[in-house]
Write a protein that binds this ligand. Structure first.
Ligand SMILES: *Cc1c(COP(=O)(O)O)cnc(C)c1O
Length: 430
């Protein structure tokens, strides 16, 4: 197989990463080993100095993990990737790699609740301030949140669960004007629907737990580096452009070029924090990636059909899906995710919270789970579960109406999915 051949993305899902040689296993092997063996102490010393490439200890890198990282980097069009133990770990490390105590960063407020907690509560305790902006603010307003200690801008391609579509070009433009990179959590879109680097994003993260795995088997995350951000330009990132004392003299931009950011994340943060994926986790993610393109096509087609069905139904008060022409996000979706808007649809049942609970309890095919982006259709009612401590008024403030149902449309036959929704809507109105 020629290395320089650039395959289409659905081919890459299957052919990138592990490329066996003559007589080697067809399928990516699980290198279930913490440790590696060397012929000389000198060779190992070179690994410790980062002057020789190779694996040293599985907390930092492992061959199975490495092949999956290469596949994901290829799918996103990046220079390198680092798998992590979870999506939370990926988003934490992506920001912490370039942001220290006393500094701050800008984040869209329309992001996953877990990330919001990480940024607003836990990272605050580390002395790092997240400054939240909304997509409807003007550029001038957003400019007002930057100062000389601002280190990056963060947003989600398709926000979980609000389903806003990020104007990546606009936010990349704002970030770059201030000399900082744009980090995009591309979990819901996946590289099949959107590749944020093509619109100017610099770093991409994922919770691989969602569509990349796609079978609800393994928690994981990944950071991908575009390799395009110029860390030296503004003199703002000495942690990348000056010697790392913990490697007596390594300078990431000098020694690793366009892989400076992702190399630092691995040899410093992965080494010190141990947010390491297990080889078996990487193997399972790889199995999911093999069929990602095919599954996303079906998720998107099914979700659009379900959203159109719900939109016409008098038992449903509102539907939010960026693929619907009625959606405020439709124009952005046509630009950033033209081939589909993922499988997540939110909607309200007539009759509010009580009807929503009855609807949930009446579903037979769709399962009640705290998860999205599974191959199997699943559903969550935030007001009675993840947000149940809040009053109706507090729910509205959080952008979660009491009747909101988050439906993660799976890849079953869409007629079965719609029939299940239909019978449950009937029962919700009784
Ligand atoms: C689930 C999720 C995360 C967190 O990922 P985990 O793998 O659960 O740690 C981060 N971002 C988004 C958009 C998510 O949906």
């Amino acid at each position: 197989m020629s290395e320089c051949k650039e395959y289409k993305i659905d081919t890459k899902c299957l052919q990138e990463g592990w490329k066996p040689g003559n007589g080697e296993p067809r399928v990516l092997p699980i290198y279930q080993s913490t440790t590696y063996k060397y012929d000389s102490a000198k060779h190992l010393a070179g690994l410790f100095d980062l002057s020789v490439p190779g694996h040293m200890y599985t907390r930092i890198s492992n061959p199975t993990v490495d092949f999956v990282e290469k596949k994901i980097a290829s799918l996103e069009g990046g220079t390198g990737a680092m798998l992590t133990s979870s999506g939370q770990a990926a988003n934490f490390a992506a920001v912490f790699n370039i942001c220290s105590a006393g500094q701050n960063f800008i984040s869209l407020s329309t992001i996953y609740g877990g990330t919001l907690n990480l940024f607003a509560v836990t990272m605050k305790r580390m002395g790092i301030e997240a400054r939240f902006v909304t997509p409807d603010m003007s550029d001038d307003e957003i400019d007002g949140f930057f100062d000389e200690n601002t280190r990056c801008v963060f947003g989600e391609t398709i926000a979980n669960p609000a389903l806003n579509v990020l104007d990546i070009e606009r936010f990349a433009g704002i970030a770059h004007r201030h000399g900082v990179p744009l980090i995009v959590d591309n979990t819901f879109a996946t590289p099949i629907l959107c590749r944020p680097f093509e619109f100017g994003a610099d770093i991409v993260t994922h919770s691989t737990t969602k569509y990349m795995d796609g079978h609800a088997t393994v928690v994981g995350g990944v950071i991908v580096d575009s390799g395009k951000f110029d860390w030296a330009a503004g003199g703002k990132y000495p942690e990348l452009t000056e010697a790392d004392e913990s490697y007596h003299g390594v300078v990431y931009t000098r020694d690793f070029g366009d892989a400076a950011y992702i190399t630092k994340a691995r040899v410093q943060l992965m080494r010190d924090m141990g947010i390491t994926p297990q080889p078996i986790a990487a193997f399972l993610i790889n199995e999911g990636l093999d069929t990602l393109a095919l599954r996303m096509e079906r998720h998107c087609a099914n979700a659009l059909a379900v959203a159109k069905y719900l939109e016409k139904d008098p038992r449903v008060t509102w539907v939010n899906y960026p693929g619907l022409e009625s959606s405020s996000e439709h124009a952005a979706a046509m630009k950033y995710t033209p081939s589909g808007c993922s499988g997540v649809v939110s909607f309200g049942v007539r009759g509010g919270r009580d009807a929503a609970v009855k609807f949930m309890d009446s579903l037979e095919l769709a399962a009640i789970v705290v998860h999205v982006a599974d191959a199997r259709t699943c559903v969550l009612h935030p007001a009675s579960t993840t947000h149940r401590q809040l009053t109706d008024e507090q729910l509205e403030d959080a952008g979660v109406s009491p009747d909101l149902i988050r439906l993660s449309v799976g890849i079953e036959n869409v007629e079965d999915i719609i029939a299940d929704i239909d019978q449950a809507l009937d029962k919700s109105q009784k």
